[in-house]
Design a protein around this ligand. Structure first.
Ligand code: MN
Length: 728
């Protein structure tokens, strides 16, 4: 078993000012809490945190990370809570342990293999300190090294998760060595047969490969000396098992055809020119394979990997690869993010990485300039995916959303029907408003009801274009349905005036009405009805087409007499519609004055397409207008047509007066003096001892009304006059 003192010594060597006592205390605490627990291998549990801490110490991480390694399982596996960790070991360690506990929860939720990419991103998005990921990777590495003690199914599951989630994260963070080991270990458990066969094949070739590598590395050394190109060392390596296996599978070739099975590696001092000089030496020694030179120095890979690769043909005709890089590039290739703990000298590189890599790059670069360890720790804070959040369904499926997304966005990501019938949401078990912004790791449950529909209001807060499009689409569909309904009713009304059966006309889908629809350029009867509902087409014109000009003229005259004989409801529509008010851009449309505000000629007005009652005209000042604005597409511009039609409107006025006799007579007299009709007048006395006289007058327009009001105001004893809303 590894000793804590060895770990402490390593950390002390790499970090002169480290608080080594923190490590000692973390060790004793972990030992006490895990006491009596054993691993599947039968060893005491403590072996695991110790091994993890040792891996971290080998990465040259600081004492906080290594202490976290010692404590990483206590919150999850023992009764210790985070507050206790904070109390004994401070905020930083507690923060890292908390991050690890959260990651453990994520991997417990998600089981779906195809979600791996999202789980990886979520994992990285959730942690704001790269050390959490490093501790997690060290934890996973030790678990993978001891995986053989678990039952086969569990082994497979963990190996798969390692392959899908942790190896790619290591790759993303540029940690080539760790990634390689994780992949080879996972491969061993996922494809045990292939693993055994391949190992045996390679074992058979080992003496041959070793001799070959010894030969070429020796040749390189010799030639480098001759050419006086400096180098740190020349290495020979055999390609990793999992990489070979992937290559064999992908290209359907056998082991003999893998040209880069063995490779030599030239490590130069930290000057790029030595790399290119070395490349020249290699190409002078062996013939390069055309098209196989890759310059990852000029254009680094997006995980910061830099190297020159070339394939050359050996003296016996077999090709092999040579990799050339500086010592610094080598460390970054092997250790990625972790390398900067070791590395002090910097370099600037390409500019076009995404946010995550910028964060990573600045992390690597910036720390090279910083001497103070406090500043250094601040640079470890990461926001690898600043634009995204990741949330779960209750079943553990990961949903990726833009930052600021709400449960509605989430619902539409699941299915458009879920979005369309969404009534509410629970986040982490609690009911929340639909405009709540989802946070990383939230478990979001959408409540639906078959009768529920999207609301226009949602457009004010939803974030995804997918949700936006679906809501807009739904509203447009709904408006169309309403317009068809309005159009149908308007047409029915007009048809009734000509004693036609709208039902019959509309029911016959291949008949006249359909023909007229086509004439207007509409494919279906519904389209024509919708056009009527939107006020684009006047039902009267359709009737005219149906009847032909003569018949229409004849019936239209009859209409007038019928109206006189008492179709009052219809008459009102006609009178107000045809003559008094027009909808801008349309000559003739059924229009009604809204009962709530009863607008007068001359007042500013707006029109609103109602359900089934044509266009309702409101005074712009009407208190209901605001709420109608919720459906701006139904608002139409209207104006008073031509001259006054001599129609009068009843308007109710309220006069506040002193409490004295003769007031009602004085007021009605003043109104009569300006030749205005009075329909009704009544007086009362209010609690404040003021007289209240309500009088309903007949006026032609708003100017006329002003005149009436002024004449009432001129009556002695009248204190104030106001117009009452609503029809008299
Ligand atoms: Mn662990």
């Amino acid at each position: 078993m590894i000793r804590i003192e060895d770990i402490i010594e390593k950390v002390g060597r790499n970090h002169q000012q480290a608080d080594l006592d923190l490590l000692r205390r973390a060790y004793f605490f972990s030992a006490r809490e895990h006491k009596g627990q054993t691993r599947a291998s039968g060893e005491p549990y403590l072996v695991h945190p110790l091994e993890v801490a040792n891996i971290l110490a080998d990465m040259r991480l600081d004492e906080v990370s290594v202490s976290t390694g010692l404590l990483h399982d206590v919150v999850e596996d023992t009764l210790v809570d985070l507050d206790t960790i904070r109390k004994y070991f401070g905020d930083e360690v507690a923060h890292l342990v908390d991050g690890l506990t959260k990651i453990a929860q994520i991997s417990n939720v998600s089981k779906e293999e195809q979600e791996a990419e999202n789980v990886r991103k979520m994992l990285l998005a959730m942690v704001n300190d790269v050390r959490v990921v490093l501790v997690k990777l060290a934890d996973r590495l030790h678990n993978m090294r001891t995986l053989q003690f678990l039952k086969p199914e569990k082994r497979k599951r963990i190996a798969q998760e390692t392959m899908d989630i942790y190896a790619p994260i290591a790759h993303r963070l540029g940690m080539g060595k760790l990634r390689g080991e994780l992949e080879d270990l996972a491969f061993q458990h996922l494809h045990p047969e292939d693993y055994r066969t391949l190992t045996a094949q390679l074992e058979k070739r080992r003496p041959e490969n070793e001799a070959f590598l010894k030969d070429i590395t020796g040749r390189i050394e010799e030639k480098m000396h001759e050419a006086e190109v400096p180098f740190v060392r020349i290495e020979g390596r055999v390609k990793r098992l999992y990489s070979i296996w992937k290559k064999l599978r992908r290209q359907r070739i056998d082991l003999d055809q893998v040209y880069d099975l063995v490779a030599a590696r030239v490590i130069t001092p930290n000057e790029i020119r030595h790399c290119y000089a070395a490349l020249g030496v290699i190409h002078n020694t062996w013939k390069p394979v055309p098209g196989r030179i890759k310059d990852w120095i000029a254009t680094p890979r997006d995980n910061l990997y830099q190297s020159l690769h070339t394939s050359v043909i050996g003296s016996k005709g077999q090709s092999f690869e040579v990799q050339i890089r500086t010592l610094e590039m080598h460390h970054i290739a092997e250790e990625g993010v972790a390398a900067h703990w070791k590395y002090k000298e910097g370099r600037r590189g390409a500019h076009d990485e995404d946010e995550a890599l910028k964060a990573l790059r600045s992390l690597v670069e910036w720390t090279q300039e910083v001497k103070d360890s406090k500043d250094f720790l601040d640079t470890l804070k990461l926001d690898l995916y600043p634009k995204d959040v990741y949330a779960f369904t209750p079943m553990g499926k990961v949903i990726q959303l833009p930052r600021g997304a709400t449960p509605i966005d989430f619902a539409y990501m699941i299915h458009s029907e879920v979005g369309n019938t969404c009534t509410g949401a629970r986040i982490n078990g609690r009911m929340v408003p639909l405009r709540t912004q989802i946070q990383n790791g939230d478990v979001v449950e959408i409540l639906t009801s078959p009768n529920s529909h999207p609301s226009r209001d949602w457009l004010n807060f939803i974030k995804t274009s997918r949700a936006r499009n679906r809501v807009r689409h739904f509203i447009a569909e709904q408006q169309r349905a309403e317009s068809i309904e309005i159009g149908r009713k308007l047409f029915e009304k007009e048809a009734a005036r000509f004693q036609l059966s709208a039902k019959k006309l509309l029911g016959d889908t291949d008949g006249e009405f359909k023909r007229i629809a086509n004439e207007y350029g509409y494919g279906r009867v519904e389209d024509l009805l919708a056009a009527i509902g939107y006020g684009k087409i006047i039902p009267r014109n359709i009737i005219a087409k149906l009847l032909g000009p003569e018949k229409f003229e004849e019936l239209d005259t009859q209409k007038e007499s019928r109206l006189r004989s008492g179709m009052r409801a219809v008459r009102r529509l006609i009178r107000l519609g045809d003559d008094a008010i027009v909808v801008r851009g349309v000559d003739d449309l059924l229009v009604t004055r809204a009962r709530c505000c009863n607008p007068l000629r001359g007042e500013e007005i707006i029109g609103y397409i109602t359900r089934g009652k044509g266009v309702a005209v409101h005074a712009r000042t009407c208190k209901n207008v605001q709420s109608l604005m919720v459906n701006p597409e139904r608002i139409v511009e209207v104006e008073w047509a031509g001259k006054s039609d001599n129609a009068s409107y009843a308007v109710k006025l309220l006069a506040i007066t002193e409490n004295r006799t003769g007031m009602i007579a004085g007021i009605t007299g003043a109104i009569a003096d300006i030749k205005t009709g009075i329909r009704d007048a009544r007086a009362s006395v209010a609690e404040d001892d003021r007289g209240r006289i309500e009088v309903t007058v007949e006026v032609f327009d708003v100017k006329h009304l002003d005149k009436v009001i002024n004449s009432i105001k001129s009556v002695p004893g009248v204190l104030d006059v106001e117009r009452l809303q609503g029809i008299a």
